[in-house]
Design a protein around this ligand. Sequence first.
Ligand SMILES: [Ca+2]
Length: 129
Amino acid sequence: MALLDVDLSNHIPAGWYATWRIDSFAANRFRVVLRDSQATHVDTNTRGKGGPDLVDTNSKRVGPGLRLTVENISASDGAHVDDDWHLVVNPRDPARSPCAVGYNAFIEDSSDFDLNDLTISLTAHKSGA
Ligand SMILES: [Ca+2]
């Protein structure tokens, strides 16, 4: 069962640009997958070199069904996730729909709850097209 399974398309529609950075500070291993229905953008096992180590960073226009999953490969039972969204609304938009979003996930692989063992930061905005 995935430690984290987030349907990012709830706030990030197809055609938006997404930029992300994923860092690992974990002795244990996680599998991180970021994909949409048209492409797999990230599919990697994090390394445990005592970092923080850059796992992946990129910027792409995304397709429909953008989804982020994190599987627990070797982490202990104490693994824990805290995440949050930040929605940016154009004040001139009468529909008040977001024009940009930020998503952060902070993952603990053990029991000290510093929540710095795997960090995922992703921002996305309208393409303007
Ligand atoms: Ca920790």
